[in-house]
Design a protein around this ligand. Structure first.
Ligand code: PMP
Length: 449
């Protein structure tokens, strides 16, 4: 890939991590920032470009996190930076609900074109993934006149009240934050590594459908919401057939099928959207993260008849579809197209999978069979870590390996219901050499245990 970068694409540590200036900021933060906010990596950023993040002490770290799947086109993509500056010089805000502007309309047109399916679509823009999900549920309820919403085990849909209810994991997301929004029903997911139904996705969907029929009956269900590849829950890729079977059942029963592509969208999995892989066409798609090169923007796109069912004024928000964020989104989407970042995600997937597979083999050969599964798609790959030779989750190993990797200047994130998963979400503009170096360090961290 021939992208030029502003910052040298080299890992370079000049202090131990965290360095003294980062440690000072951590102290300042303690008396200024609420303790409920965590940070995965204890260094403070001053610059970022391509696959590199520079911290306040002058250390250059390799980025395998993209700020949780956001900076797909890079954290300072020049086209995005120019579009942001240009728009900010004209106006930063008027509110689309007061005096609208072309950028919002242009983003909606792009999303209508890029999301799965050729049907007539409409889009509405918001600020965060959680807000997009909330609005998808509002639209589905109003359009169907029904209230129940089905979500799945291991799901993550956000931290607002309704999306906490949809999110599966209690600690840290939900614990003692209740009561939660009613009318949310949780069904088993297809999680091939841990599911007795294994790779039979159709059977896993039928299991969920059977439970829906028993517990609430189809005609009270407004929406089924699913991440086509689960993010926070552990990069769980449902077995083939699961998503198409759920989508088909929704179609037959007048239930709105919502694909939450907040983490998996915008080239991350090697297609525009993860649903594209099996040709699944959702009624509504929720998007955020990678959409706007790091600027806060989110969207719901879907069938024109569903989206237009909502009365004028029923959707909105002061900042939703902010003009600077829209300008960034148009530039980011164009960069994804011109640089073929979906293709790049597939290449990254091959490099990552090959490296992790060889790490798994050498670990197994040395009697530490701790990689239970390598899974994911494109540039959304994870390793599930287990106690040697078993399927028992090993969250301590995930924590230790992440800490070791980070101490060597590689930003890596954990996830999973059991906290035992290392997930790799590099910016899609990272170079091969930097990626390979980061993977080698991760391999050493796993070997060190
Ligand atoms: N849905 C999914 C699938 C996500 O991964 C996330 C964020 N991790 C959200 C929703 C919530 O997005 P946000 O943090 O922007 O509210």
């Amino acid at each position: 890939m021939t992208t030029t970068h502003r910052l040298p694409q080299k890992r370079h540590l000049v202090t131990e991590l965290p360095g003294p200036r980062s440690s000072e900021l951590t102290e300042r933060r303690r008396s200024a920032v609420a303790a409920g906010l965590g940070s995965a990596v204890p260094v403070y950023a001053v610059d970022a470009d391509g696959g590199i993040i520079v911290d306040v002490d002058g250390n250059s770290l390799i980025d395998l996190g993209s700020g949780i799947a956001v900076t797909t086109v890079g954290a300072s993509n020049p086209a995005v930076a120019d579009a942001v500056a240009e728009q900010a010089h004209h106006f930063t805000h008027t509110c689309f609900m007061v005096t609208p502007y072309e950028g919002y309309v242009a983003v909606a047109e792009k999303l209508n074109e890029l999301t799965p399916g050729d049907h007539e679509k409409r889009s509405a823009l918001f600020n965060s993934g959680a807000e997009a999900v909330e609005n998808a549920v509002k639209i589905a309820r109003l359009a169907t006149g029904r209230t129940a919403v089905v979500a799945f085990d291991h799901a993550y849909h956000g931290r607002t009240n309704l999306t906490m209810a949809l999110t599966a994991k209690s600690i840290p997301y939900k614990h003692n934050f209740g009561p939660f929004a009613p009318e949310v029903y949780r069904m088993p997911m297809s999680y091939p590594y841990r599911d007795p139904l294994g790779t039979d996705g159709v059977a896993a969907a039928q299991r969920a459908i059977g439970m829906i029929d028993k517990q609430l009956s189809a005609d009270s269900v407004a929406a089924v919401i699913v991440e086509p590849i689960q993010g926070e829950g552990g990069f769980v890729v449902p077995a083939p057939g699961f998503l198409p079977t759920m989508a088909q059942w929704c179609r037959e029963n007048g239930v709105v099928f919502v694909a939450d592509e907040v983490q998996s969208g915008f080239c991350r999995t090697g297609d525009w959207f993860a649903c594209d892989h099996e040709g699944v066409i959702p009624d509504l798609v929720t998007m955020a993260k990678g959409i706007a090169g790091g600027m806060p923007l989110a969207a719901v796109t879907g069938h024109a008849d569903l989206m237009d069912a909502v009365h004028p004024g029923g959707l909105g928000g002061t900042y939703g579809g902010n003009p600077v964020a829209c300008a960034a989104a148009l530039a980011a989407i164009e960069a994804m197209q011109t640089l073929d970042l979906a293709g790049r995600a597939r290449e990254i997937g091959e490099i990552v999978t090959a490296s992790l597979s060889s790490t798994a083999e050498s670990l197994a050969a040395s009697g530490r069979d701790v990689i239970g599964e390598i899974r994911g798609r494109g540039a959304m790959i994870a390793v599930e870590l287990v106690k040697p030779g078993t399927t028992e989750p090993d969250p301590e190993l995930a924590k230790a390996a992440a800490a070791h990797t980070i101490s060597q200047g590689v930003v890596v994130l954990t996830c999973g219901t059991y906290g035992n998963i290392l997930r790799l979400l590099p910016p899609l503009v990272i170079g091969d050499d930097l990626l390979r170096e980061a993977l080698a360090i991760l391999g050493e961290a796993l070997a060190a245990g």
